[in-house]
Design a protein around this ligand. Structure first.
Ligand SMILES: [Fe+2]
Length: 461
């Protein structure tokens, strides 16, 4: 779950240099610059999402699933103060009385509108004041000598945290009723060769390295690196499209319990599910609402706003299954030529616009088959960006896991009630997306920007 419970999540102001690409150690000055650029990119995004609405919109709750936007705004500042000014800098709390209001574990989202939250002007001023002090701290920090400081980890965690809330706030915008307020960005590039792509690719049997010991800003649940042996399997070349999903609907997929896990069927009945969230049928045509605009469902785009139960049912209807998390990561990172795991499907270079649809550059997924330059060595496309991909796997710790920097980041969420999602989506910033990055959520959740792709076993022999 990309959630406010975790202080962990480039767009306007994409940092130019990647201080973490393999090579000689980054000089501390370059690291400071990269951190400052990431913090600024996050703040630019936060401003874009909160300056476009009236104060009444900021304080309203648009869905019980979400916080009022003004809560996110001050919570971003509060976590930055807590982790950087207090934990790293040793400073005293600026406003200790507001800490409990912005502690995600003390107040579920549905309760937050009733709290005496800082009004919009004060929330902005607080976050701004914190940021000014953080930049002073960054200027003076050696960025080494303590676990929170090494390679600027705590600063990276906070940049990711703000970007994750920017994703959460974009979900709030999607749930918000009323006239559109977000500027319409240009559409993503259409793929030239989508029609010629194979439906799926074979990933041969063999071991690969899952997780990381070396990614400096990786979070605790991505660690440690460990070898995983997998049998051969097949994986869809692209995420499942709206067009394919419509065939599932037209074939009565929502009405046939054969395709659904028992809990999924029960939920489908209770919730009255008949199509992805935000879809409706009018005059024989399927329409979707996207950031306040009603538009025809584009057949060539990856399906979006389906829960895990729907993804699982579709896969069974198609005679396939969801990939496990390990299968997803092997397809995304393993390089059969070298035997090592890459940082991203395309290699070790930082995400760039030619590789993936990230960072809210386009407020929609790109058509299936886009981003040939971002393909993995096996030829799998769009593993990063576009839509989060549901996997078959429960959210569990890797062997040798240890909680860092605190239990509430991941450990308290481990268990069978959460399913893992991989690969980020168009709303995720590059800083908060890696080949090792793990997201998790409840299988009923549909407001998140999630789709899926399918896999199949390969007969032995
Ligand atoms: Fe948070």
């Amino acid at each position: 779950m990309i959630d406010d419970a975790r202080p962990t999540g480039a767009p306007a102001g994409t940092p130019a240099a990647d201080p973490f690409a393999p090579g000689p150690e980054t000089p501390v000055e370059a690291l400071r610059e990269a951190i400052a650029a990431e913090l600024q990119a996050a703040r630019d995004r936060t401003a874009a999402l909160t300056d476009c609405v009236e104060d009444t919109d900021l304080t309203a709750q648009h869905s019980p699933l979400m916080s009022p936007l003004v809560w996110d705004l001050a919570h971003i500042g509060n976590q930055e103060e807590l982790w950087l000014l207090r934990n790293v800098g040793g400073r005293d709390p600026m406003h200790p009385e507001i800490d409990p209001l912005y502690d995600a574990f003390q107040h579920p989202r549905a309760e937050r509108p009733a709290l005496p939250l800082l009004p919009p002007g004060e929330a902005r001023a607080y976050a701004h004041e914190v940021r000014g002090r953080v930049l002073d701290l960054l200027d003076a920090s050696p960025l080494e000598g303590a676990p929170l400081l090494d390679a600027g980890f705590a600063f990276g965690m906070i940049a990711q945290h703000e970007q994750q809330h920017d994703e959460t706030m974009l979900i709030t915008h999607q749930l918000r009723k009323g006239e559109p307020v977000l500027a319409a960005p240009p559409p993503p590039p259409a793929p030239a060769d989508a029609a010629a792509l194979p439906a799926d690719v074979l990933i041969p049997a063999g071991p690969f390295t899952m997780g990381t010991d070396t990614e400096p800003w990786a979070l605790d649940n991505e660690r440690p690196a460990h070898r995983v042996e997998l049998p051969a399997y097949r994986l869809d070349t692209t995420p499942v499209t709206n067009g394919a999903y419509l065939r599932f609907i037209a074939d009565g997929g929502y009405d046939d319990p054969r395709w659904w896990a028992p809990a999924g069927w029960e939920h489908r009945q209770q919730a009255g599910l008949t199509a992805p969230l935000f879809w409706r049928r009018e005059g024989g045509q399927w329409l979707r609402r996207r950031f306040g605009v009603l538009e025809p469902v584009p057949l060539d785009e990856p399906v979006l706003h389906v829960g895990w139960y729907e993804a699982d049912a579709y896969a069974r209807w198609a005679g396939r299954r969801l990939p496990t998390e390990a299968e997803w990561e092997k397809a995304a990172r393993h390089d059969p030529a070298t035997g090592r795991s890459r940082r991203y499907p395309w290699g070790d270079a930082a995400p760039a616009p030619a590789y993936a649809n990230l960072g809210q550059r386009h407020l929609r997924p790109a058509p299936a088959g886009s981003y040939p330059e971002g393909a993995s060595p096996y030829g799998v496309r769009q593993l990063m960006g576009d839509v989060w991909e549901w996997t078959a796997s429960d959210f569990r710790p890797y062997p040798g896991f240890s909680a860092w920097p605190y239990k509430e980041y991941s450990e308290v969420f481990f268990g069978p009630e959460y399913k893992v999602l991989r690969g980020g989506c168009f709303a995720v910033a590059p800083v908060a997306c890696r080949g090792t990055f793990r997201n998790w959520d409840y299988p009923i959740r549909r407001q998140i920007f999630a789709g899926f792709r399918t896999a199949a076993d390969v007969e032995a022999g």
